[in-house]
Design a protein around this ligand. Structure first.
Ligand SMILES: [Mg+2]
Length: 300
């Protein structure tokens, strides 16, 4: 989750650049948090409030996203148009409006905290669905968030890159293109299905946290969102370099800093407890739910 915010802050200045190189400045003095960071914080805040009793998680996550949006309405790059519309309709009617069938990559960019609150892989998938289906209820949106959450959860609990990749390939996406191949033709893509597999591939080819961020941004896509997705998995797998975390904190306002400090405490708490061995083989993917007819009527 902190790794997602770092990836977003680094990617913020490259989000419409279509960068194709790895040798770029991580921090320039113009880096800022964008919607990826803010909504990651909103989901984290909802999970904190619901820890131990998740009956109202979906409602609280929706309320927190609206609350964070109204506190930070003018971020670099803006928010997704359908999300903004959903926020204003909800505010106007004093009631959370129904989900808008999105498969946009916003589902994956904001979900990382669920892996830190989950008690099992199955629980991780349940939490992922609860915080996603409030807006991104298209099967491809649910799938993109779950693939991201599961990769983070497995990384956090000591699974190897190979094990994570095999699981993702078995249950979510075919990962048959290398980053060098993707880079040749890839461009800005707002959907889960054209962002999450590429972001995960960048992690699978990386050598450390910094290299993961450089690799994903060098693919030339939605840089801040890919930074958030890849960064979240890379943080769980490699840990976060202190100097990068410190540089990111300097880009935040005081309110956000407090939330990120709480995320750091949560992360360190899990590290100190030690990751538990998880049996991924016994847990069936809920991916069968995605097999229902996809009429391609989702929205970004
Ligand atoms: Mg963004």
């Amino acid at each position: 989750m902190v790794g997602a915010i770092v990836g977003d802050v680094i990617g913020s200045i490259y989000q419409f650049e279509g960068l194709k190189i790895k040798n770029f400045d991580l921090f320039t003095g113009f880096n800022e948090m964008t919607d990826d960071s803010i909504l990651t914080m909103a989901i984290f805040s909802a999970l904190e409030q619901c820890e131990g009793n998740e009956a109202k998680l979906s409602t609280i996550a929706a309320k927190e996203m609206i609350r964070f949006y109204t506190k930070y309405p003018n971020l670099m790059g803006g928010y997704g148009g359908l999300f903004v519309d959903w926020v204003y309709r909800s505010l106007k009617k004093y009631r959370i409006q129904p989900a808008y069938n999105s498969y946009g990559n916003g589902a994956a960019m904001r979900v990382s905290s669920v892996a830190y609150f989950a008690k099992s892989l199955k629980h991780c998938k349940e939490l992922s669905r609860k915080v996603t289906e409030i807006t991104h209820n298209h099967p491809k949106g649910i799938k993109g968030a779950e693939a991201t959450s599961v990769a983070i959860y497995m990384a956090l609990h000591g699974k190897s890159r190979e094990e994570i990749k095999n699981y993702v390939e078995r249950h979510y996406y075919q990962l048959d293109k290398s980053c060098d191949e993707i880079r040749k033709t890839y461009q800005f893509e707002p959907s889960c299905q054209k962002t999450v597999p590429q972001s995960l591939q960048a992690f699978f080819e990386s050598t450390d946290y910094e290299d993961a961020i450089r690799t994903t941004i060098s693919l030339g896509g939605d840089a801040d969102t890919m930074g958030a997705i890849t960064g979240a998995v890379a943080e769980a797998y490699y840990g976060m370099p202190k100097w990068i975390e410190a540089k990111m904190l300097k880009c935040l306002d005081s309110h956000s800093k407090v939330i990120v400090q709480r995320m750091i405490l949560k992360r360190e708490g899990i590290k100190n407890k030690g990751s538990k061995a998880i049996s991924i083989e016994k847990e069936k993917s809920s991916n069968s739910k995605y097999k229902r007819k996809d009429k391609g009527d989702g929205s970004i």
